[in-house]
Design a protein around this ligand. Sequence first.
Ligand code: ZN
Ligand code: ZN
Length: 407
Amino acid sequence: MTAVTEVLAPLATTRRWQEDLYVQLHQHPELSLHETRTAAEIQRRLTDFGYDVTPVGGGIVGVLRNGDGPTVLMRADIDALPVTERTGLPYASTDTTVDDDGNTVGLMHACGHDVHITTLLGAAQLLATTRDPWRGTFIALFQPAEETAAGAAAMVDAGLTDTIPRPDVAFAQHVLGYRAGHLGLIAGPMLSCADSIRITLFGSGTHGSMPQLGVDPIVLAAAVVQRLQGIVARELPPGERAVITVGALNAGTKSNVIPDRATLLVNTRVYSEQTRTTVLRAIERIVRAECEASGSPEPPTFEYYDQFPLTSNDPATTARVRAAFEQHFGTDRVFTMDPQSASEDFSRIPDAFGTPYTYWGLGGFPPGAQAAPNHSPFFAPVQQPTLTAGTEAAVVAALAYLATDVR
Ligand code: ZN
Ligand code: ZN
């Protein structure tokens, strides 16, 4: 019997409470940095499993020490989204809340973080129950506010590196639109680095019939929007991937009034720090130059927010986990996934420790299904085999480092 088969032996029992917990979590999602009930539930269960549990920066860390050996950390994100669920599932969320801007919004686990919580708790219990075939320390880390890029930083700022042992390796997984029970890995850049920028352009307000007396920020904003699209086409090498989206352009109130300012919300996605520097510098340069060209009375302002770091998987860690997955699941269930244009703040946690990591995709949909994407009100991964495969993947990856029969 291998360490993996020994630790996974009680999986059928784990599966029963996991399905109940999943439904409970799915019905009662909580917004980023408001995950109090969810965190309390995680804390209670980890304590029951025998972990040393500490709340840190709105998240929960559980540490399970089992003799001398490597330290492995696995992260699950726990927040939900202000989306009104339309899946029609019997356990669909009908909860609403008032968001930070005072609006009543629906609540939904539309990104599958309920899958991540349930699978990591399952793996945490399995590793705690069967400790003979492994040595070392397993850390189950539950992170708030992934969706706003605030949660990993909140945990690091609250002293995470002084609270838990330094991990030798770190993992995270995300349920995505692949076939349920299948696992996608990739070495190197896996998720993009993202920045959001609120750009304010200043004009000079005047009567709509007398444009010569002012500076029109709407014409200025239009020139900026057009010109920003030239960055990817003309300033990056062919083949270098990047996205620049102007997601909002706000100015004016009335047809016969030229307003005094315009605001752009710009979002960028890139796959290297070098490209990030090139893109952000180019955006600022173009905006300043267009303001100059328009005779803007004040320099533009740039406010950066919702910034996500690059997720770049360590090749050696990825290869080791992939080999373990292929051995356990079979090569037909393990594939090389494409880099995703979405972003994550997970890497801030291993980066705070200088720890290599790998982040893999967990399929959650029936074969041939046209899966609604993450964040859609129709996002509905199937419970099984998703929950079981995610639990197995966490255990198999951890044991690739902790099992006494691999060292
Ligand atoms: Zn998401
Ligand atoms: Zn997510």
